[in-house]
Ligand binder design. Structure first.
Ligand code: NAP
Length: 289
């Protein structure tokens, strides 16, 4: 059984991105810039945003972190996004979700200029992805495709089962797997699927993005399947310094006994999500005329 090392793949790609950044600086004098906006103090969001800023600086990009109080209004946030849309030093804008409940995430996402939407969340980029036009691919789904390829599995002609149909993970992963370039046959499962195991037992690839521990167990897998575990769940654990440990959506012990390859949590999908964000930011800066 092979553990798919997301950290290693991310490090390889980040080295490539860093040399792309250096080249762009040298040839065109452009430094890719990413603005990361965080509203409030959600602990998971704070740690994601910190990791994104660090990765951005390490790759030679310009990072502008904007931390706003929980009391920020929707209008203030939308106005800030609009300012960043026309700021020439910024090539990518990321608003860390979830935003506080009094702000509509749709209103904020809609305000981001599609050419700076390095998260790939605006309806324009989602639509372009669906019809196969050039666009910013959403980071987690794009990273998942890279991880499956890195596992050594040739995706073409394989049966892939995706568990979860969110707009940021499940649905776009299903679309990317079914594209002609990737050519998998895709089954999308969710809470309305009566017997998920019936599908996963037939699958060569299982992507689980349900946000619930133990959604996938070893007895639900076909021997040799590739498992991509997207879930990040905090389980209280007093033996850990932070008082919790992270687990995925797959039961690692039973799944790793049956799977041919599996991503760990942490160290699988997470590092790839940030890497694909850097990738999109560099692409955005390269497009500047
Ligand atoms: P989400 O918006 O909560 O969506 C979860 C999806 O899973 C929903 O479509 C839900 O179905 C489905 N689902 C929930 N329980 C299920 C079950 N028992 N059986 C079948 N389907 C089930 O979550 P998300 O944003 O997609 O994120 C999923 C997980 O990935 C979370 O743990 C999140 O933290 C993690 N994540 C990690 C990264 C990373 O970079 N590592 C990035 C994004 C997300 P319904 O639609 O029917 O409700």
């Amino acid at each position: 059984m092979n553990i798919i090392d997301g950290k290693m793949l991310a490090a390889n790609l980040r080295a490539e991105i860093a040399s792309g950044v250096a080249k762009l600086k040298e040839e065109k004098g452009i430094v890719p810039g990413l603005a990361v906006i965080l509203v409030g103090n959600n602990p998971a969001s704070v740690s994601y945003v910190t990791a994104k800023e660090k990765a951005c600086v390490e790759s030679g990009m310009y990072s502008r972190e904007i931390r706003l109080p929980e009391t920020t209004t929707q209008e203030e946030l939308v106005n800030l996004v609009k300012e960043l849309n026309v700021d020439p030093a910024i090539h990518g804008i990321l608003v860390q979700l979830p935003v506080p409940k009094h702000i509509s995430d749709k209103a904020v996402i809609d305000a981001i200029a599609p050419e700076k939407d390095v998260d790939g969340f605006t309806p324009i980029n989602v639509g372009k992805m669906l019809i196969g036009e050039e666009c910013f691919l959403p980071c987690t789904p794009h990273g998942i495709i890279k991880l499956i390829e890195f596992s050594g599995m040739d995706i073409k002609g394989r049966h892939a089962v995706v568990i979860g149909r969110s707009n940021i993970v499940g649905k776009p992963v299903a679309v990317l797997l079914a594209r002609k370039e990737t050519n998998a046959t895709v089954t999308l499962c969710h809470t309305g699927t009566p017997d998920i195991a019936k599908f996963t037992r037939e699958a060569d690839i299982v992507v689980v993005a349900a946000g619930r521990p133990d959604t996938l167990k070893g007895d639900m897998l076909k021997p040799g399947a590739v498992v991509i575990d997207v879930g990040v769940n905090r389980i209280p654990d007093e033996t850990k310094p932070k008082g919790f440990r992270l687990v995925g959506d797959a039961d690692f012990e039973s799944c790793s006994a049956v799977a041919g390859a599996i991503t760990p949590v942490p160290g699988g999908v997470g590092p790839m999500t940030i890497t694909m964000l850097l990738w999109n930011t560099l692409e955005s800066a390269k497009r500047v005329k």
